[in-house]
Design a protein around this ligand. Sequence first.
Ligand SMILES: C[S@@+](CC[C@H](N)C(=O)[O-])C[C@H]1O[C@@H](n2cnc3c(N)ncnc32)[C@H](O)[C@@H]1O
Length: 217
Amino acid sequence: MSDVTGSLRAFWSVDTLEAAMHERVTVPPQPALWNDVAQAAALRDLLGGIELPPGVEVLDYGCGVGRVTRALALTGARVWSVDVSPSMLDYTARYCAGLPGITTVLSDGLGCADLPAASVDGAISCYCFQHMPTLGMVAAVVADIHRVLRPGGWFQLHSVDHGCDAPVAEVGFYGVRQRLTTLLRIAEEARFSIERVVYPLDPAEAVKQYLLTLRTS
Ligand SMILES: C[S@@+](CC[C@H](N)C(=O)[O-])C[C@H]1O[C@@H](n2cnc3c(N)ncnc32)[C@H](O)[C@@H]1O
């Protein structure tokens, strides 16, 4: 295990499910969002019009406690929930207990090496890329998600445009600063087609977020 993987695991291990929800995922705490109706609406926004046909197989990269995984599974999707933190994967199992079709997969932080190539129809990553400590890690993960997608597969990438690419001093909540244009270049280098860019998601917010639809050919 590399030092960076160990540092990521240390930071993203928290003592309780509640702490993981409110101190690591929806920060500052927003308890009103943690219900299935609100999360179904959030998933619709994340999908940006992409349909989930019966039996669809979806990768949830950086799944945290399984907020997106749970909403996906409730639609009937088969979900591969990937995270660098074993603690987060335990919480995903608890938060999604009783729902069928979910497999948790431990990552080294550089992708999902345990998943075969061309094995999923779509991928979602929400609020994960902005926490990655290096642009090299960002590029490795984008390339590996391209590897596991089937031809014509989609990748809904939701993250934050920091307006610069400044490095991070240490592994923690704040990752390397990233420009939207940097992410787009990395996606093209990984051979994704850029199908759609929604930016900013909410013009009123101080920190601008984006939603990309990337596609394999
Ligand atoms: C803020 S949480 C978001 C969780 C979830 N996607 C959501 O929206 O509710 C970020 C998650 O990304 C995971 N993570 C951070 N860097 C990662 C990496 N390089 N590879 C895999 N998971 C990572 C963390 O362990 C954490 O569970």
